[in-house]
Design a protein around this ligand. Sequence first.
Ligand SMILES: Cc1ncc(COP(=O)(O)O)c(C=O)c1O
Length: 422
Amino acid sequence: MVTSIQSSKEAWQRYRGMVPGGVASSLRGSAKPHPLFFARGYGSRLWDVDGNEYIDYLGAFGPMVLGHSHPAIVQAVLDVVPLMQMNGMCSLLEVDAAAAILSRIPRAERLLWSNTGTEAVQVALRLARAHTGRNRFVKFSGSYHGWHDTVYLGLDSDQASMSSIAAGMPGQNSSVLNDVVVLPFNDVSALKQALSRAGELDLAAVLLDPINSSGGVVEPSADFLGTMRQLCDDFGVVLIFDEVITGFRVALGGAAERWHVGPDLWTFGKAMAGGFSQSAIVGRAEVIDRTDRGFRHLGTYNGNPVAMAAIKASMEALSAPGSYDRLERNSNRFVAGMNRIFAEYSAPLVAHGIGSMIGLHSLVSAGGGPTGSTYLERLCAGLAERGVFMLPIGRVWVSMAHTESDIDETLTQVDGTVQGLR
Ligand SMILES: Cc1ncc(COP(=O)(O)O)c(C=O)c1O
């Protein structure tokens, strides 16, 4: 049981006098009663600055698929740090890390490094524009592709209209709204309608998070993915899978391996680098090999040796036989257990998993009770008091470090919390 979170509270109060909200990224502010400050992580566990231990289901929003402080990643990083930090040129680690990724992604031929998922998506869209000579792109309602002006729009899952796209936040450049067509996820006929007019609509790319993770964690239908691939081929549109969240998580080879449909370009980040900041744009040579035609790929930190060492070690650890089967089994155990408890106590929530990427969906409860979203906040706050950490954002990440007994211990705490919320 968590006893006191006073040191976290004091740190947050001090920090928010300097950094708005007292968090480095807005979503972290959803933690109730306030954000926690962590001092240490190992395996499936985190320890806060008050010394409390938690089973972690945030996984740093995705990167920690191998768990915290994976020994092979820690060692790889410790090996390189005393030798060099950056050199502004190249290192052999870049060669090894690029080969490690390309060999694990079906039909991937080329790779570019960048630092975050947001950056990688910008590079992929620019490559698509350079390749097609067109300007606009399709994205799907609810899907998040980073915070950049170009893509931080169409985030409301319920609203998909080619004529009414709203910017995601104040201060965005409004002219980018003209460059995007937002379609409903899994809607094959809307896709056909838009892509058959690709020339007229000036469409360079279709940008897809294959599970629409921020729009609810949705299984893509085979028809949706197959039609998308075919239409992109037929109408000369570049298909981009934004696998920043699904990459190295829903399967070693990501969504393309799991659903047997490959894009022209991929973006990867998060789980690829085991907690270090690096992303990659991967894809067909024909689309990426443009540097001879004036395309420039830039970035001081691209190919950072420390991140390269972490990527190489991550790729090896992720490839251990049985890793993904175990991850899937434990994730399914978590989802089934959560749903059993939610049903037993009529809690207004339902869990749905695509492997270890799990969505917690709100159901509005009958009889004027709490809506699922306020309920989720209370559930997460109650769980934190019992040493289980997740944020009320509707998404939960299980890692390869979570054991069956971690899951069972979690479910016991969920049962106790949900009972108490009745
Ligand atoms: C699908 C997807 N694309 C892009 C991003 C942006 O990545 P980053 O936070 O590294 O900029 C995210 C982050 O959650 C994501 O889920």
